[in-house]
Design a protein around this ligand. Structure first.
Ligand code: ADP
Ligand code: MG
Length: 611
């Protein structure tokens, strides 16, 4: 075998394998070039999913005829003027895209610089470059790729249907457009406009919210919290969706580093961490977050496609994301997504047709996490809430009739809903839903979901302070399990004790429960212990229970005294409402479902056609 240097075209084709994986990656490279060229408008046309042609036109600075020949040479770039790989200010810098694309397609670049008399055009076909010719074109650059991958049939075979490829192109453009709201973007498939994004006016935050609203839908803007924080010169800005505004996949999670859309595992992991306590593991928050870091603290040169990044201090960035997003969610208090009430109302139909909804119907206010307007008496009641209540037996073992209305009796009723955001309890339906009256509407609380959330917040507070208060059992209860289940549970005994549940071995697959978390009140111990053992089976030994506090608390709350199907008296119901108002995150349960919905009188009137 003979050692030899590969011909330039082959080198470029190999590089193309990494840089241009599919039409969407070619579009990404060309649009990034246009952004780097200070364009204010970028128009993209993609025919047959990019297989027939991809055209990107911009009104940027243009390319001189001398540079035209150079720009399709490998590693020719105008973007590293000081040869400094540390100080990267442009989206491009590797000087690979145009030569790579030219090596695998028929490429033509037409460009005119400011003040030049004419435009120039250059053609490349499967790596063979022609001399620049004069051409007609306004200021800016137009790059056309025809027959992508004709020179590399293997890659051509991997292309999916035009529709799929077009979807990838659309996604790619959306991401770039989110990061650059001041630039106008269009995307056409030759017959139809797929995207039409006018340049957004105003300063960055305003422009960005406008652009995000256009791309992600108005609902996002209404259901997202503004994020803006900085730690040691790394800044995090953008919007984080409320947990109740979640999705079944990560498609609406947009992350950017220094204006570059990234798919970075560390960053996604940080997001998961931030929402862990508020969402089930198969639900995903909707976010658009932008990290800006001085270029010496972040390396974007990890992969040719530049979608991964390395931070010099990854822990710092992770901490910034988890801390900031968690804090914002806590500040949002019991606010739940506006779409919850909209969805509820949308489901109500009269005469077979959906009712027109007004924007912002059923919008939830914001409340500080400790509500000073709560009277001392009530906050005491709230503090007591969930503790075994005098005169209330545990839920009866036999199924009870739950289909009746249990009104709050006069003596317990507070007349004036006044300032209480969640109103005053008027009664309970199906032994599951608390109905409350507010100053201008009604609130329906899912008592089980709400209680689960309150239990979790209390256990967390207990853990942060000096442990969760426990309550000894008069007669310790023995629970029979399978051997393996008992072992798993006992291995976690010290951790469970911290959370208020004291279990000990009782020989041969049985455990004995001696103490339970006081805040749970009467509980179904058999069910709780069995479920807890099941939960542990799914948990990696290396993971601390504290890190799965949401799951633990959900399981505990499931067997506690306020689960669905238990009658509450007026005092208990109101205590629950007051505690919800005073507790962060109480607007959704640990799985991201809402704990209550609110209907404004205004909306109810609409349901009845009064408005
Ligand atoms: P890179 O973007 O990494 O520099 P490319 O191969 O994508 O490498 O582009 C090579 C060079 O061509 C760029 O550095 C730039 O000078 C020039 N160029 C490419 N596209 C444009 C454009 N749309 N407008 C102005 N200059 C461009
Ligand atoms: Mg480039």
């Amino acid at each position: 075998m003979q050692l030899r240097r590969l011909p330039e075209t082959l080198v470029n084709q190999i590089a193309a394998g990494e840089v241009v994986e599919r039409p969407a990656s070619a579009v990404k490279e060309l649009v990034e070039n246009a952004i780097d060229a200070d364009a204010t408008r970028i128009d993209v046309t993609v025919i047959d999913g990019g297989q027939t042609s991809i055209t990107v036109s911009d009104d940027g600075i243009g390319i001189t005829p001398e540079d035209l020949s150079l720009c399709i040479e490998r590693h020719a770039t105008s973007k590293l003027p000081d040869d400094d790989l540390i100080d990267i200010r442009h989206l491009g810098f590797r000087g690979e895209a145009l030569p790579s694309i030219g090596a695998v397609s028929r490429l033509s670049i037409t460009s005119r610089t400011e003040g030049a008399n004419e435009a120039w055009c250059l053609n490349v076909e499967g790596g063979r470059v022609s001399d620049p010719q004069p051409a007609a074109h306004p200021k800016g650059t137009r790059v056309e790729i025809r027959d992508l991958f004709f020179a590399t049939p293997a890659r051509l075979k991997f292309l999916k249907t035009p529709r799929t490829e077009m979807n990838h192109v659309t996604e790619t453009m959306k991401r770039l457009a989110m990061a650059h709201p001041a630039i106008g973007f269009t995307l056409s498939d030759g017959t139809r406009r797929r995207l039409d994004l006018a340049p957004e006016q105003g300063e960055l935050f305003e422009a960005r919210l406008g652009r995000l609203g256009t791309i992600m839908g108005r609902d996002f803007a209404d259901n997202a919290l503004l994020i803006d924080a900085e730690r040691e010169s790394i800044r995090l800005t953008g919007y984080a969706g409320l947990p109740t505004f979640n999705r079944g996949n990560a498609a609406l999670q947009f992350l950017f580093v220094n204006g570059r859309p990234v798919n970075d595992r560390m960053l996604y992991g940080a997001l998961r961490g931030a929402y862990r306590d508020f969402l089930a593991s198969d639900r995903y928050p909707v976010v658009a977050l932008f990290v800006t870091a001085p270029s010496e603290l972040v390396d974007v040169n990890v992969h040719p496609a530049k979608t991964e990044v390395r931070f010099r201090d990854a822990a710092l960035v992770r901490g910034l994301i988890v801390g900031t997003v968690k804090h914002a969610l806590a500040e949002a208090g019991h606010r739940a997504a506006t779409t919850v009430a909209d969805a509820a109302l949308g489901a109500v139909r009269t005469g077979g047709q959906a009712l027109p909804m007004s924007r912002g119907a059923g919008r939830y206010g914001r409340f500080p996490s400790s509500n000073p307007s709560i009277s001392p008496g009530l906050s005491d009641a709230a503090a007591q809430f969930g503790a075994p209540l005098p005169g209330l037996a545990a839920a009866p073992a036999a199924p009870m009739a739950t289909n009746d209305w249990a009104p709050v009796d006069e003596a317990e009723s507070i007349d004036d809903p006044g300032e209480y955001p969640l109103g005053v309890a008027r009664g309970q339906l199906h032994a599951t839903y608390i109905v409350a009256q507010t100053a201008d509407g009604i609130v329906i609380v899912d008592q089980h979901a709400a209680h689960e959330r309150l239990v979790e917040e209390r256990i967390k507070r207990g853990l942060a302070a000096d442990g969760v208060a426990r309550q000894g059992m008069l007669i310790p209860e023995v629970v029979e399990l399978e051997d393996a289940a008992a072992e798993r549970l006992l291995a976690r005994a010290p951790e469970l004790a911290e959370m208020g549940l004291v279990v000990e071995a009782f020989g041969n697959g049985a455990v004995v429960v001696r103490e339970t978390p006081a805040l749970l009140g009467e509980i179904d111990i058999q069910g709780l212990v069995q479920d807890m053992a099941d939960d542990l089976a799914e948990l990696d030994d290396a993971i601390a229970l504290r890190d799965r506090i949401g799951d633990v608390c959900a399981t505990m709350a499931c067997h506690g005294s306020v689960r669905a199907g238990r009658r509450l008296n007026g005092e208990e119901m109101n205590a629950l409402l007051r505690e919800m108002e005073a507790t962060p995150h109480s607007g959704q349960c640990s799985h991201g479902r809402p704990t209550y919905v609110e209907l404004k009188l205004h909306d109810i009137e609409k349901l009845f056609g009064r408005r």
